[in-house]
Ligand binder design. Structure first.
Ligand SMILES: [Zn+2]
Length: 201
């Protein structure tokens, strides 16, 4: 049984980005020091608990309490792969074929399909084989494929806030930072750099 009570997002920041980008951001920095937001099953459980309203697969508390070391390995590999592909995209580099193959392998891990239901009224439901957490991670990989192949890839940006290593999808043409906090730190850094310059002159 995984206890997640005191963990917030496994320690990783959630910015309201598309879920695959949030997973990629589970490597972050605090005051310039790199942090791994998925070091333990507790971290992964807390991350999934906090992002589950935005996931295609519904995860119950019981699903989250039974996360395994194997789920952690899958999530970490997927996180690192999404991060590498995001970095290449934002740098304008070609995507590494091995990273692409790894992403595709994650997407086909758990079969998922939609079913038509007629009661209480016509609706569609998403079904999957296997464990919900495995299906949720495979869906994150599939969502990442949609992101890298679709128009949003042109809006992917690396945050250039001081010491920040996060990525975001630019939702307005003027957005430069992952968060208001990074924008404030960047403006303060510019301000002090200008002051130092003026003192020297
Ligand atoms: Zn930032």
């Amino acid at each position: 049984m995984v206890e997640v009570g005191h963990f917030v997002s496994g320690g990783a920041p959630l910015l309201g980005e598309p879920p695959p980008i949030e997973l990629g951001n589970a490597t972050y920095a605090v005051r310039g020091q790199p942090k791994d937001g998925l070091q333990s099953v507790e971290h992964l459980a807390a991350w999934l608990r906090d992002i589950r309203p935005r996931l295609g697969i519904r995860l119950t508390d019981a699903d989250i309490h039974h996360i395994t070391d194997s789920d952690l390995c899958v999530a970490r590999e997927l996180r690192d792969t999404i991060r590498a592909l995001t970095a290449a995209t934002t740098d304008g580099r070609p995507l590494d074929p091995d990273a692409v193959a790894t992403l595709n392998r994650h997407a086909r891990q758990t079969p998922r399909w939609r079913e038509l239901r007629t009661t209480p009224e016509l609706h569609m439901t998403l079904r999957f084989a296997g464990r919900p957490v495995e299906a949720a991670l495979a869906t994150l990989a599939e969502d990442a494929i949609g992101l890298f192949a679709g128009p949003l890839r042109h809006e992917l940006r690396a945050c250039h806030g001081p010491g920040c290593v996060l990525y975001f999808v630019r939702d307005t043409p003027r957005r430069e930072w992952c968060s208001p906090g990074c924008g404030n730190r960047a403006r303060a850094a510019r301000h002090y750099a200008k002051l130092r310059q003026e003192t020297r002159n």
